[in-house]
Design a protein around this ligand. Structure first.
Ligand SMILES: [Zn+2]
Length: 75
């Protein structure tokens, strides 16, 4: 039989993933049904959405331009 610690860890991770999915589903369905009513749940959804979609948003051009002089100086 596996140690109890190992048995407990896996369900906890699965439970957290389930909670994350449930929360996301809940927030999506809330914001869809209410078209951003502006309550705290809508604001939570906005924060979560921004975090999850972060990688799909291209970095602002100003940041790239700021970095160019620094790179030139370092070279
Ligand atoms: Zn709302």
């Amino acid at each position: 039989m596996a140690p109890q610690v190992e048995q407990q860890r896996i369900p906890e991770v699965a439970a957290e993933a389930d909670i994350l999915r449930e929360q996301l589903d809940y927030l999506i369905s809330h914001s869809n049904g209410n078209a951003q009513c502006g309550c705290s749940e809508c604001r939570r959804y906005g924060r979560v959405r921004a975090a999850l979609l972060e990688i799909f948003i291209e970095p602002p051009r100003s940041k790239v331009q700021e970095m160019a002089p620094r790179l030139a100086r370092a070279a």
